[in-house]
Structures are given as structure tokens and as C-alpha cells.
Design a protein around this ligand. Structure first.
Ligand SMILES: [Zn+2]
Length: 249
């Protein structure tokens, strides 16, 4: 293989019914994964979003109190475009998330309630590939999600959550991290690419707040999705780093 030929990607599993997406901020899923979510909801699968923060520190010109409801509303609208009806906001503080037991506890509770087979999160590596550094909240949430998926299956970890109707849930087969430079698998998003673009454009206040002149959601998603598609053998794709979670996997 020559250096100009990136390694091929293989298709992610699609023999599942329920997925839970756990990310740090509103908009994290829309920078690539949402088109894949649209594909899966189109197949009749159930996908739920859990936002660890409300992205309330994401717009320089707006105080967190002003920003929070705006970003939550944009996320709910964005999710609906790709067939996701349920969006939860866990209410942890944007920008200062710490990897640790409190974050694992919050994510474990969501995993136990929704009992997904697949959990999606964001890139948890130090960079996006190349020199662009990842953001601290993404790394903390990605790492805590990997741990929380295991915590969820252990009735003696965060046992206080199991006092009522909640049961342990050890049924997560894999965790998929979108945007990882170590991605090895992908979903074909050719048929749902436009829904993915519309779901990113739904974050209009956020994108305006970034002040990126002439930035275009479609162009941005096209370049990322075309590269992954070439490696999968499709026009467009979303790539994932896949972490097997079951024993003996
Ligand atoms: Zn983010």
C-alpha cells in the first residue's frame, strides 16, 4: 500500500436496535455522526442523545444563562432532523468537565436507563489527526463513557442508582468514537448526507457565534465525508473508532 492510499474502512455492525449517543456538547454529533444517525433511524432503529453539558460556554457574546436555552433548543431541532426524538441534557458544566467518578456516575445512569446495544461518543484521542488538538471535554466524556459502559453492568458500582426500578445493563456490545484519527470502521452516509448537513445548519446561533467568515456546513461535511467514503467504497461515509466492550470480543 502506498502512502497516498489510506487504509480501507470496514462497515460498522447494523444488527442492533438501540443506540445511545453520549457527547459533551450540543453540535458534537452534527460535525459528522448525524448523517449516520439518520441512516439508522431510517432503518427503524431507536437512537437517543445525551448531552453531558448544554454547551452554555460556547458563544462568546452570550452569558451561559442566555446561551443554555438557545443551544438546547437548537440541539433538539437538530436531532429531530435525523429522526431522534429524545434528547437529554445532563447539566454538567461546559468547558470544565473532568474525567472521574462523578462523570462516570452520570453517564452510567443514562446507560442503565436506555439499555443500548451500541454507544456512540466523540473522539477521545489527543488530536483529530495531524496537529489539531482535541478539546478537554471531549476527551473526558469519551474516556468516561468507555468506563461507564462497564460500570453500568456492575450492580455494585453506583449501587444507589439501583434502589428503584433501574437494573444493571451489561448489554453494550461496542462503543463507537466519531472523528477519531484511529477510525477503522464506517457507516455509508451517501443517502442521508443532506439530513446531516441540515442537522448541522440547525445550530445556526452557535455557528454565527463562532464568527467563521464564509464557513459552509455542507462544504465542511463534504470534505470529511468524502475522505471516509473513499476508504469505505461509497460516496460519503462517517468513520468510527470501534471499542469492543463484551468479554472475549
Ligand atoms: Zn464539542
Amino acid at each position: 500500500m502506498t502512502p497516498e492510499t489510506p487504509a480501507p474502512l470496514t462497515p460498522v455492525a447494523e444488527d442492533w436496535e438501540r443506540a445511545l449517543c453520549v457527547v459533551a456538547h450540543p453540535d458534537d454529533l452534527e460535525f459528522g455522526a448525524a448523517a449516520a444517525v439518520a441512516r439508522w433511524t431510517g432503518q427503524g432503529k431507536r437512537v437517543v442523545y445525551a448531552m453531558v453539558t448544554s454547551g452554555e460556554a460556547g458563544i462568546d457574546a452570550l452569558s451561559p444563562a442566555e446561551c443554555r436555552p438557545l443551544r438546547e433548543a437548537e440541539q433538539v431541532a437538530s436531532a429531530r432532523i435525523v429522526g431522534v426524538e429524545e434528547v437529554e441534557f445532563l447539566g454538567l458544566p461546559d468547558g470544565v468537565l473532568e474525567y472521574g467518578v462523578p462523570l462516570r456516575r452520570a453517564i452510567t445512569e443514562v446507560v442503565r436507563r436506555h439499555r443500548p446495544e451500541i454507544v456512540l461518543t466523540n473522539n477521545l484521542r489527543d488530536t483529530w489527526g495531524g496537529a489539531n488538538l482535541n478539546q478537554a471535554d471531549h476527551i473526558a466524556v469519551g474516556r468516561a463513557t468507555l468506563d461507564a459502559v462497564r460500570d453500568a453492568g456492575n450492580r455494585w458500582v453506583f449501587a444507589e442508582q439501583l434502589a428503584g426500578d433501574l437494573e444493571p445493563w451489561g448489554g453494550v456490545r461496542e462503543v463507537w468514537a466519531a472523528g477519531s484519527p484511529l477510525a477503522g470502521q464506517a457507516a455509508d452516509t451517501t443517502g442521508t448526507f443532506d439530513a446531516g448537513v441540515a442537522s448541522l445548519e440547525a445550530h445556526a446561533a452557535y455557528i454565527d457565534g463562532l464568527g467563521w467568515e464564509d464557513w459552509d456546513a455542507r462544504e465542511f461535511l463534504e470534505s470529511a465525508s468524502r475522505g471516509a467514503g473513499q476508504r469505505l467504497g461509497t460516496t460519503f461515509a462517517t468513520a468510527f473508532e470501534v471499542f469492543p466492550m463484551g468479554w472475549g470480543a
